[in-house]
Design a protein. Structure first.
Lengths: 323, 279, 338
């Protein structure tokens, strides 16, 4: 099957010096479809950034993939020779907007020179002038000021830096853009501009799909077509944006909506519910459903066996209550 | 504290450094107490090679090199330690106040610090030593300490200004702590390992500086240190006459002492500031 | 516009260094004058021990007091000290009376410069390369090289100098035991003199450069390790840039702060380098200072410390300016452009 990008039974652990393992991603299957924005949400430490790192093939030790694969166009990218991944996948099929995007540009290099380096790494026969022309054309197409090309990173504002990175990331027309908290460090105005830019890239057909990782659910309501909710290294619920936001089924998703969306809605009298308890230690996650120690509707089976996937329409839920 | 010890014992560099240093320390502190000779006492002829009578031979005045080495090591360690304590105390005080207070006081203190960093400390050391005629080991340690604190002050200031915006400091401030209380209770405890590492560096620097001054002829008065031994060896041409026993031991002890302190420092750095590297 | 801002930056730095210079000169003036009694008394006492007649002593005493202005009030002394300084007059040496301190220094300075500048520069370049390779390679290579660098860089220069002198000049007489050139040879521009000087140069140079390389390597390794974990490295790799290219970025960026390391080494090397000279009886400032201290020749000591101060401040100033010019971040921060 020709897929865009798919994680299959993916397990990725951080192996610490003392030999213990943090099971940050522990059996995740998730597919990115054409022409969609897939939101991946969850509390900090739930493994969503780890998932993003592995799916964009940017994971480094001590993080290692212990099981499963990441597939694109029918081949497993995790077993592909690294040089081939670098040449054919990175920046060309899968691209990223990194989490620490504010420092993602080399501070002593003009933006222009990075664009040239990047284009020439992928197209060795391209001249500098051609590379600059290409970058300038793209910048104009996306209505950014052309002067960013001649700037050093520190000369750009936070929002402008982030937009510049997005343009650079999509310069090679990648199919998939994986954006990890692309707006978390920005003010509201800049956030909106960045979101608009991401959607414009989709609209112009420069990229095909976006995986948008965030802990801010209200943001996903603006951009996402589908949303995947992660908890303690596993998916708990995946469905369309409407289903997840307005009729969540998994108790964790519900609790998350309760604690996060209420202030945004105008129903002031409704109690803001914090989720009781703390997320589990990923060195030694609970047996059965990982949410059961904090779940108020838990059944006896929840603490014994992992819940199987329950698929209804476009929605998949991992919860014993749904069985 | 116990936790910290267990943590640093994980570093091989730290263990090797600590063992070496303890060996030198024992030699320099216990040695003079059990020595059967006075370091200034004649034990043989001029530059006698090592023998049963003096296992490391004698120096230019026929004095026992091995006994001198024990006393010299002790004095060098004492000077280094005094210098380390003085420099670390001044540096931490200036650094925390500047970093914590900010504003004008910060600019003033850091201005002074930066100027003192710019002026080569060896020059100030030479001038101070020339001006103070009878220098005891402790006085020398103080002289070295008061010229070498600026680096520590600068580093501690950076640490303090990053610590002071932490939440627990704000909480303590709201609950009415005074500045001094805040620094002592909420800032310093979080920098202890850092301060200790700074002390180790100053300690090592103090020993080196002592040796440099002593070799230039500005060593402690009527006392033997490793630097003073080298000064005599140099002045009396021990190197050119091939009397290796007069200079190899102090050189070796200087080298081993600073190397062991560096290992301790590097080991602690390894444990407290772990860094990822290319796979 | 940038130009005028840069000029302002240069002047700001210049003002800063002038202040440091004034303070250093004041210390240079005050500290020896704190000696109980006064320097002339100390020296006269030495002459007296040496058996010089007492009426001659009185005459010499008078002469010196006048010459050094020690009979004047402190502030007058201070002013005349400065005036003489700007005339290039550093006073008269005690031990080589009536030899001028400035002449002695003029003779010694070229030797010190010839020894120090190549040592610092070559040590800096080689040390940086070594440190960068350590950081990049990691593993066993790094462990061995880093530990050896730690070992050599923290041992005072002269320790290695003494060992080398003994091993390669006394025990195995491959190199001369000291001096800047052979006895009976006179400094000129001939090829044979150059070879002779080079022969004498080798050991002092070797003993210092090993230590200098070690010190710089440690600093560079540290910086490069830090740079390797930065966001731009991850991003560049995520965009499919070759490792070689990314490492190029890292080394360039790690190198920049090392320029400050170069400035620091001017100051910190000085002490050890001075002693190294006296170990080899190399005819530079270090040996001059060594003799001056032994003879309690205060004017000469002051002259030496002054010239060391000037050299270090000048070197630091030049490095500061160069650094501000090279690193766009510093340029931005210091020029206040944004």
């Amino acid at each position: 099957m020709k897929n865009l990008l798919k994680a299959q039974d993916l397990r990725a652990y951080y192996r610490l010096v003392d030999g213990t393992e943090i099971k940050a991603v522990d059996g995740v299957t998730l597919e990115l479809r054409p022409n969609e924005v897939l939101g991946i949400a969850g509390e900090s430490g739930c493994g969503k950034s780890t998932l993003a790192a592995v799916m964009s093939l940017t994971h480094n030790p001590p993080l290692r993939v212990v099981d499963g694969h990441v597939a694109a166009n029918g081949s497993n990218l995790l077993t592909m020779p690294p040089e081939q991944v670098r040449r054919e996948i990175k920046g060309r099929h899968i691209s990223v907007v990194p989490q620490g995007a504010m420092n993602a540009l080399n501070p002593t290099q003009r933006v222009r020179n990075f664009a040239i380096d990047m284009l020439q790494e992928h197209f060795p026969e391209m001249t500098k002038a051609q590379a600059i022309d290409l970058a300038r054309a793209r910048i104009e197409e996306l209505s950014l000021p052309v002067r960013v090309l001649d700037s050093y990173p520190h000369e750009l504002s936070g929002g402008m830096k982030q937009r510049t990175i997005i343009v650079l990331s999509t310069l090679l027309d990648p199919k998939v853009l994986i954006a990890d908290e692309p707006t978390s460090a920005l003010d509201v105005t800049s956030q909106k501009i960045v979101i608009k830019l991401l959607l414009a890239l989709l609209g112009e057909g420069i990229i095909t799909s976006i995986a948008f990782i965030t802990h801010e659910l209200p943001l996903l309501r603006q951009v996402a077509d589908r949303i995947a909710i992660m908890y303690a290294g596993k998916l708990v619920e995946v469905g369309s944006m409407d289903e997840i936001i307005f009729s969540p089924e998994h108790p964790y998703t519900r609790a998350l909506m309760g604690s996060m969306l209420v202030p945004e809605k105008h129903i002031r009298e409704q109690r803001i519910e914090a989720i009781p308890g703390v997320p589990p230690d990923l060195k030694d996650p609970p047996i059965g459903c990982r949410f059961h120690p904090r779940c108020q509707k838990r059944l006896p089976v929840c603490s014994q066996e992992e819940p199987p996937a329950k698929i209804v329409g476009d929605r998949t839920t991992w919860c014993w209550l749904m069985q | 504290m116990g936790e910290v010890l267990i943590l640093v014992l994980r570093s091989r560099r730290f263990i090797i450094g600590a063992v070496l240093f303890l060996a030198v320390l024992t030699f320099g502190v216990i040695g003079p107490r059990v020595a059967d000779r006075d370091p200034f006492q004649m034990a043989g002829g001029l530059f006698d090679p090592p023998s049963d009578k003096a296992i490391l031979g004698t120096d230019n005045l026929g004095r026992d090199v091995f006994v001198q080495l024990m006393y010299g090591t002790g004095t060098s360690l004492l000077i280094g330690c005094v210098a380390g304590v003085v420099a670390t105390t001044i540096g931490v005080t200036v650094g925390t106040i500047a970093g914590f207070k900010g504003g004008f006081i910060d600019e003033l203190l850091m201005g002074v610090t930066n100027i003192l960093i710019t002026i080569p400390s060896i020059v100030v050391l030479i001038l101070l030593s020339v001006a103070i005629k009878s220098r005891s080991a402790v006085v020398m340690g103080v002289i070295i300490g008061v010229t070498s604190w600026p680096w520590t002050a600068r580093a501690v200031r950076a640490q303090t200004s990053s610590l002071k915006i932490r939440e627990h400091v704000d909480l303590a401030r709201i609950s009415g702590y005074t500045t001094a209380e805040l620094i002592v209770k909420e800032i310093l405890p979080y920098m202890l390992s850092y301060i200790f590492m700074a002390f180790i560096l100053q300690f090592s620097g103090g020993i080196t500086n002592e040796a440099t001054l002593s070799m230039l002829g500005l060593g402690p008065f009527q006392t033997i240190s490793l630097g003073v031994m080298l000064h005599w060896a140099l002045l009396w041409e021990a190197v050119r006459t091939g009397a290796w026993w007069a200079f190899v031991p102090p050189v070796l002890f200087l080298a081993v002492t600073s190397f062991s302190l560096m290992l301790i420092n590097a080991g602690m750095d390894e444990v407290f500031n772990p860094r990822l590297r290319k796979s | 516009m940038l130009k005028s801002k840069f000029t302002r930056y240069v002047f700001q730095k210049l003002g800063w260094y002038l202040l440091a210079f004034l303070i250093a000169v004041s210390l240079n003036f005050i500290l020896p004058r704190l000696i109980p009694g006064n320097p002339v008394n100390v020296m006269i006492n030495q002459l007296a021990v040496g058996g010089v007649q007492s009426d001659a002593l009185a005459r010499i005493y008078e002469n010196y007091m006048r010459e050094f202005g020690l009979d004047q009030p402190m502030h007058i002394q201070f002013i005349s000290y400065f005036r003489n300084l700007f005339r290039g007059d550093l006073g008269t040496s005690f031990m080589l009376y009536p030899g001028k301190v400035s002449d002695l220094i003029k003779e010694a300075l070229p030797w010190t410069i010839a020894l120090q500048i190549p040592t610092i520069l070559v040590g800096w370049i080689l040390g940086n390369i070594l440190g960068a390779v350590c950081a990049y390679k990691g593993g066993r290579f790094d462990a061995v090289v880093f530990t050896s660098a730690l070992a050599v860089s923290n041992v005072p220069y002269y320790c290695l100098a003494i060992i080398l002198l003994y091993g390669l000049a006394v025990h195995n007489p491959i190199f001369p035991v000291g001096g800047g050139y052979s006895f009976g040879n006179f400094p000129d521009l001939s090829f044979s003199f150059f070879l002779d000087a080079l022969h004498h140069y080798t050991l002092p140079f070797l003993s210092m450069i090993v230590v200098a390389i070690g010190g710089q390597a440690i600093g560079m390794r540290e910086m490069a390790l830090y740079e390797l974990t930065t966001d731009y490295v991850h991003y560049s790799k995520a965009m499919g840039l070759r490792d070689k290219k990314v490492v190029g970025y890292v080394f360039r960026n790690a190198m920049l702060p090392q320029i400050t390391g170069l400035a620091i080494s001017f100051g910190t090397m000085m002490g050890g380098a001075l002693v190294t000279e006296s170990v080899f009886s190399y005819p530079g400032i270090g040996s001059l200072l060594f003799t001056a201290i032994r003879q309690t020749d205060y004017p000469l000591i002051q002259g030496c410390t002054l010239i060391i101060t000037i050299a270090v401040l000048l070197a630091n100033f030049l490095v500061d300016i160069a650094y501000g010019f090279i690193d766009p971040r510093i340029r931005a921060a210091q020029l206040g452009e944004r």
